[in-house]
Design a protein around this ligand. Structure first.
Ligand SMILES: *[C@@H]1O[C@H](CO)[C@@H](O)[C@H](O)[C@H]1NC(C)=O
Ligand SMILES: *[C@@H]1O[C@H](CO)[C@@H](O)[C@H](O)[C@H]1NC(C)=O
Ligand SMILES: *[C@@H]1O[C@H](CO)[C@@H](O)[C@H](O)[C@H]1NC(C)=O
Ligand SMILES: *[C@@H]1O[C@H](CO)[C@@H](O)[C@H](O)[C@H]1NC(C)=O
Ligand SMILES: *[C@@H]1O[C@H](CO)[C@@H](O)[C@H](O)[C@H]1NC(C)=O
Length: 424
């Protein structure tokens, strides 16, 4: 059955035309409006509106009346996909804070401090095609977090978004009433006067893995243990707003090794899965965990899609052997997507989410970020170790085309998170 939500604009306008014909159709039309309004407040609409037509016919688990989502104070214009749009230059309102003003940015992301000669990447605003984003209101965000926990869980890219969120909020707090502490995998920013915390938990696969040490995790032979999400998940319980990501660590370029037993087993039971199947297993674990542990009446859960890297300039028609190094303009081809794995992983996400009953709001940041080859930290960051003369002679060889300068692109991810939290 086709539901009102999957109606295209043309089908609703044909309803309108019919509505002029008879009272019966008038009634149908208003019933449709009421039904669509109710459905619209559901999280599923966020996910389903971004799926292609084939997945829209998947039977929705909760097509019944439901109260509005926690934290929402309004709604985005119907039919507007905030993730579909374009970048516009906005020197007036961006960046949302200065690099030097936010002491919480790790030195791997402070590009100006590390010699980046220009600031163009800081001035872009995301403009959805169908509507405008609400402006980020730090007061509203902090008031909402009063007495609450907001937690980001995932890898270093999610840590970047976490730090961006802290930078967006900390100015409202006096020096003595805020702190940031790290203990192992958990970093906690406390806003004392608000009794609020914004936290980051390092779990690059969400499940237990041999890369879980928050400091020493550069393992080439990666191993993830099946069914082990509670190992980390116990630290996420009680969060009011959760933001997950996981992607890059699954991308080994080879089949992925999954541990069936325990890391302590003398003879390890290991199976190899395709990247997509391994990732699917991780996604399903996350969704199951959310269903069992998060109360949809009180909490919100977000999942951020893949953060794209820019390792090969031939991908966007640049000169051979280049990467994001020395890139100060974005990719202008609106259909640019990048690697094929990104496409197949997006497909896995779409499949898994469309079958899921977990109310997770999807932050589809991949496409809008894929244009931003100008926004990476490149060589303008604190290096982990000294560079060799060969490297220094060839900056392309050590440019970081994965992570993003702050302020910058990841502030936009939080503007989108803000939009989806308050205006779903
Ligand atoms: C931001 O949110 C606060 C608290 O809800 C509100 O009082 C204020 O008017 C908002 N500011 C803007 C510019 O909308
Ligand atoms: C502070 O927030 C926590 C939840 O994060 C809550 O359990 C506690 O009761 C709050 N304390 C006060 C004094 O409001
Ligand atoms: C750090 O975390 C460990 C384990 O979670 C805990 O036992 C320890 O007390 C914590 N240390 C501090 C200083 O909070
Ligand atoms: C950086 O790019 C500009 C053109 O955008 C080029 O003129 C310059 O030679 C490049 N610099 C390096 C060091 O590659
Ligand atoms: C995310 O957005 C891209 C580009 O708009 C789209 O191709 C993709 O299908 C979306 N993914 C999901 C799972 O909705």
């Amino acid at each position: 059955m086709k539901t009102p939500l999957s109606s295209s604009p043309s089908s609703s306008s044909s309803l309108l035309r019919k509505a002029r014909l008879s009272p019966y159709y008038l009634f149908t039309f208003f019933a449709f409006i009421v039904f669509a309004t109710i459905l619209y407040t559901e999280d599923f609409s966020c996910i389903f509106s971004q799926l292609d037509d084939s997945s829209q016919s998947v039977k929705r688990p909760t097509e019944k009346k439901k109260v509005k989502l926690p934290f929402s104070i309004g709604r985005t214009e119907e039919g507007c996909d905030v993730f579909s749009g374009k970048w516009v230059w906005d020197e007036e309102n961006h960046p949302l804070y200065e690099e030097s003003e936010c002491p919480y940015i790790q030195p791997q992301l402070t590009c100006q401090e590390h010699g980046r000669p220009e600031k163009g990447y800081q001035f872009w605003r995301w403009q959805p095609h169908g509507c405008s984003l609400p402006s980020f209101n730090a007061t509203l965000m902090l008031e909402t977090l009063r007495g609450k926990r907001m937690m980001f869980v995932g890898d270093s890219l999610n840590r970047g978004q976490y730090v961006s969120m802290v930078c967006l909020l900390h100015r409202l707090l006096p020096e003595e009433s805020k702190s940031m502490k790290t203990n192992g995998s958990l970093t906690i920013f406390t806003a004392k006067d608000y009794n609020a915390t914004i936290e980051f938990y390092w779990a690059p696969f969400l499940l237990e893995s041999n890369s879980d040490d928050a400091v020493i995790h550069r393992i080439t032979d990666r191993l993830v243990r099946r069914g082990s999400i509670n190992k980390h998940g116990r630290y996420w319980k009680g969060a009011d707003i959760l933001v997950f990501n996981t992607y890059l660590w699954w991308m080994t370029g080879l089949n992925f090794k999954i541990l069936q037993g325990s890391f302590d087993d003398e003879v390890k039971d290991i199976v190899e899965l395709s990247t997509e199947d391994a990732y699917r297993m991780g996604m399903k674990s996350m969704l199951r965990w959310v269903r069992k542990n998060m109360d949809p009446k009180r909490t919100r859960v977000f999942f951020a899609s893949m953060s794209p890297s820019h390792q090969k300039s031939i991908d966007w028609g640049g000169e051979p052997n280049g990467n994001c190094y020395n890139q100060t303009t974005m990719i202008s081809d609106p259909s640019y997507w990048g690697s094929d794995t990104r496409k197949s992983i997006m497909q896995v996400i779409g499949e898994v989410f469309s079958k899921s009953k977990s109310p997770i709001t999807f932050l589809n940041i991949t496409q809008l970020s894929s244009y931003r080859k100008d926004a990476h930290t490149s060589i303008y960051k604190k290096q982990w170790g000294p560079l060799t003369p060969e490297q220094l002679a060839n900056p392309v060889s050590y440019a970081d085309c994965v992570h993003w300068c702050l302020p910058g692109l990841q502030d936009t991810w939080n503007e989108l998170l803000f939009a989806k939290l308050f205006y779903p």
